[in-house]
Ligand binder design. Structure first.
Ligand SMILES: NC(=O)c1ccc[n+]([C@@H]2O[C@H](COP(=O)([O-])OP(=O)(O)OC[C@H]3O[C@@H](n4cnc5c(N)ncnc54)[C@H](O)[C@@H]3O)[C@@H](O)[C@H]2O)c1
Ligand SMILES: [Zn+2]
Length: 447
């Protein structure tokens, strides 16, 4: 009884066997239900569902398109529209676009003849492909070349090329197309020829350097240099189409790729991304995550990189074609960059390297003004270094750079204007930059 009494005062321990049995039964039912659901959703899945995941692993195996971790594979072709009312045009980006030149030209109204303008290097590498494509589409085609290099982006070369163009007559008429095939020098020069010859001819841009792909090919600025300064004689003349063949980047040397990358980083610093695509990563993250593939000009990654940059430039240009407002944001890194380029002299430093130094100096100045956090400068410097771009340059003379800035054509009322970061992907224009600030940002303690 004592046992009975004591048993009734303790908590009752139920027999475990029925509970385990019940648990097993419930689990079995859940597993069966889950399996039925998975099978049903696989049956109802859109046709592309399985293909998509298969395609992802295939492209990874092929060393293909990593994008940013967790995102879908990158497409091989992009088209971005530059919205400028009746002067709107498409920028097509992808490998093999050069072979579509003929089709793109033939699609323009009344196009019967085209003259390709290229520097001697590009004319030899890609001239025959361009001419073949045009002829294959039924157009009469000719090619004019000129010596490669910024030193030939002059009125003298402009004169020679125009002479040759007019000598091709009677081929030339108001419906003739100019094709600018080459880097930014060719785009600027051939675009200016197109803007002037016969009071304006239509033109197609086929850029062949990364710098021209992401910067010079969008916006319709054409120009030649003058002894008094770069790009002082020119016109705004929008192309009818832009075809960017990323496969031609494979013949560019690494320094040329990096110089274009400086402009890409600039775009990432002034706008968070080139998103009409709904991708999550910012442009800076994308460049960071894909640096190795970019530096080796991997085609799908280049297509995405160029497309994002073109989208940014197109958005800025569409909003402000004549550079009265937002377009000036594209000058981030360029006030100091141009001064450094001029100070060191032609051939010592590439444009992109100078822009890299300029962005760092201008960002440093912004940090000193407390416009943005030091973390912005760290991120910028870290990415530029990863890409092999300079963040310091021994022996720069800040006073000489300041003197050059005073002569910049963008100086208004003697005051130096600068585009400065206020956060990552965000900038503002400041009109009151002082010499002491530039000295500090460029001076030996900053170097
Ligand atoms: N219009 C604009 O909005 C704009 C914007 C930025 C820069 N620009 C201008 O762009 C010019 C710089 O452009 P760039 O850096 O392209 O210089 P670039 O045109 O001189 O090309 C650089 C060199 O690369 C060679 N090259 C070009 N494509 C090649 C390829 N696929 N393979 C092998 N070699 C190739 C060229 O022959 C040249 O020797 C400057 O004059 C600048 O003012 C214009
Ligand atoms: Zn630039």
């Amino acid at each position: 009884m004592v046992v009975g009494a004591s048993t009734s005062s303790r908590p009752t321990v139920p027999n475990p066997a029925p509970i385990v049995l019940l648990a097993c039964l419930v689990m079995a039912v859940v597993v069966v239900l889950l399996r039925m659901r998975v099978r049903r959703s696989a049956e109802n899945a859109p046709a592309g569902w399985q293909y998509k995941s298969l395609r992802y692993s295939l492209s990874e195996d092929a060393g293909g398109s990593p994008a940013v971790a967790g995102q879908e594979p990158l497409p091989m072709q992009r088209t971005i529209k530059v919205n400028l009312g009746e002067r709107s045009y498409d920028v097509r980006i992808g490998p093999g676009e050069l072979d579509r030149l003929g089709a793109a030209a033939a699609a323009l109204p009344a196009a019967r003849s085209a003259v390709v303008i290229a520097d001697a290097t590009v004319a030899e590498l890609y001239g025959p492909r361009a001419v073949e494509s045009l002829q294959g589409a039924g157009l009469t085609a000719a090619i004019i070349d000129f010596p490669a290099g910024e030193e030939h982006k002059t009125l003298v070369t402009f004169g020679h090329v125009t002479d040759e163009l007019l000598a091709v007559s009677p081929l030339i008429d108001r419906d003739t197309l100019i094709v600018a095939l080459g880097g930014g020098v060719t785009g600027d020069l051939a675009g200016f020829v197109a803007a002037s010859a016969l009071r304006g001819l239509r033109w197609i841009q086929c850029p062949t350097t990364l710098l021209a792909d992401v910067d010079a090919s969008v916006g319709g600025k054409t120009a030649v240099d003058h002894p008094a300064g770069k790009n002082l004689i020119g016109a705004f003349h929008q192309p009818s189409a832009v075809l960017i063949d990323v496969s031609v980047l494979s013949t560019l040397d690494g320094r040329q790729i990096r110089t274009g990358l400086a402009e890409c980083v600039k775009h990432g610093m002034i706008r968070p991304d080139g998103r009409p695509y709904g991708r999550d990563a910012t442009l800076l993250d994308f460049i960071d995550a894909n640096a190795a593939a970019i530096l080796s000009a991997q085609e799908t990654v280049m297509t995405e990189l160029v497309a994002r940059n073109v989208a940014i430039k197109a958005a800025v240009v569409s909003a402000d074609e004549r550079e009265s407002g937002e377009r000036s944001h594209l000058n981030f890194g360029h006030t100091v960059g141009h001064a450094v380029e001029t100070h060191l002299g032609l051939g010592k430093i590439t444009h992109g390297e100078a822009v890299s130094l300029g962005m760092v100096a201008e960002c440093r100045l912004a940090v000193t003004r407390r416009l943005c956090n030091h973390s912005v400068l760290e991120r910028l410097e870290g990415l530029l270094k990863k890409l092999g771009l300079p963040v310091r340059w021994a022996g720069l003379d800040p006073a000489a750079c300041w003197a050059i800035m005073q002569h910049d054509k963008k100086v208004r009322g003697g005051k130096v204007r600068m585009v400065l970061p206020t956060a990552l992907g965000q900038v503002n224009v400041f009109n009151d930059i002082r010499e002491s600030e530039v000295s500090k940002a460029l001076g030996s303690d900053a170097q």
